[in-house]
Write a protein that binds this ligand. Structure first.
Ligand code: CP3
Length: 354
């Protein structure tokens, strides 16, 4: 495998010096790009796009052809893991993800199998290998998974939820059953991320989109504990390269210190957390990734540039910052506005690394 020509992302995640602050965007391959919509059209639907390595590779590379991004992120979805566990994932147009066999009782939890990532999720590993070949060392490739808690919300609710009635009912009434489900899911995620690392992922990220819906005690017991277990089980050294691990709990800004205790290299922040204050709280224990409000990209390029400047100043001088949006880019965003953000990060950040 080729050497990295641009290793800013890896260096920043490991809190090593860089020349400029690296930048990538959550959902950087997505519906705001006309070329993505064209490939998705060609695939027929989103899931076929995920399950066809050549097409997944094509859309992974699309944002890199357009913008000088410092990382590629595997095009896939967190819900492919429960799909491989037999839940039957499908997407209802305009309504988001659904499972045809949600997990509602003890019998269903007992029947869950931990998939072999090179078999049931072989299409993901093929995509990782293909993307690495096509990238040819231009920038690192980020692999990812959902957190066990976030995956369990979809697995039990059967889709996206607002109140998490079923999964929280299970958590409060039958904690041992919730733990059994989360434990199996954590095993599946650990195997899955290690397979991605062996296939060529150069950093990995765990998305905990719904951990922030929990009370502090439940967050530690039902979400963070399982992310910590995954972090401990990851093969963080591959071919003599360190594989940085990033944890991201949306709305988890008040728990950064305990998240750092779980042992990741970096934490992702959404835009509701003050970046400078977060840095003072975690000190030199972890790098930070974030945290522009994705809705700021609706503003003019001049206003976007000012916002980028504010965030860079908020983090301040020194190592350990990866610029990103606090959550996924919205489908309505003008790609030129994303370009303005990326350009501003590269143009305005060198003084912070001098
Ligand atoms: O960041 C990237 O570019 C990598 C690709 C990626 C996708 N999903 C592609 C996608 C990643 C990292 C994800 C993670 C994911 N998926 C999360 C965690 C991060 C987050 O967003 O909080 C979650 C909760 C999911 C589950 C999921 N997938 C939902 C709720 C939806 C529907 C919402 C929507 O935006 O329509 C998806 C679909 C999805 N995943 C799309 C993309 C590009 C849109 C599908 C399409 O093309 O219609």
């Amino acid at each position: 495998m080729s050497e990295l020509k641009n290793d800013r992302l890896i260096r920043a995640l490991l809190r090593q010096p860089v020349d400029v602050t690296p930048v990538w965007m959550m959902r950087q391959a997505g519906r705001y790009l006309p070329e993505y919509r064209a490939t998705r059209e060609k695939a027929g639907d989103f899931l076929t796009l995920c399950k066809t390595p050549e097409l997944a590779c094509e859309v992974t590379l699309q944002p890199l052809e357009r913008f000088p991004l410092d990382a590629a992120i595997l095009f896939s979805d967190i819900l492919t893991v429960p799909d491989a566990m037999g839940l039957g994932l499908y997407f209802e147009e305009g309504e988001g993800p659904r499972f045809s066999h949600p997990i509602r009782d003890e019998q269903a939890v007992n029947a869950l199998a931990v998939p072999d990532p090179e078999q049931e999720l072989g299409y993901v590993m093929d995509a990782v290998r293909l993307i690495r070949r096509e990238l040819d060392g231009r920038v690192p490739l980020i692999g990812f998974s959902g957190s066990p808690w976030t995956l369990a919300t979809y697995m039990v609710e059967g889709g996206t939820s607002k109140d998490f009635a079923r999964i929280k009912g299970m958590m409060y009434d039958r904690p041992e059953l919730a733990h059994q489900l989360l434990g199996k899911t954590a095993d599946a995620v650990t195997l899955y991320l290690n397979a991605q690392i062996r296939a060529g992922a150069q950093a990995v990220m765990i998305f905990d989109t719904w951990g922030g819906a929990l009370s502090p005690g439940c967050y530690r017991e039902f979400s963070l504990a399982y992310m910590a277990r995954i972090v401990r089980g990851l093969e963080r050294n591959h071919n003599n390269q360190t594989i940085p691990v990033v944890l991201f709990t949306k709305n988890g800004g008040q728990w950064l210190e305990t998240m750092a205790d779980a042992g990741p290299d970096a934490l992702g922040l959404d835009w509701t957390t003050d970046l400078g204050a977060a840095r003072r709280r975690v000190g030199d224990r972890v790098a930070l990734r974030g945290n522009m409000d994705p809705a700021a990209l609706y503003a003019s390029p001049a206003r976007i540039e000012a916002e980028v400047g504010r965030i860079l100043a908020d983090y301040g001088h020194g190592n350990g910052h990866v610029f990103n949006l606090g959550h996924g880019i919205h489908p309505q965003i003008d790609p030129d506005h994303a370009a303005a953000m990326i350009e501003a990060v590269h143009r305005l950040s060198p003084p912070y690394h001098a």
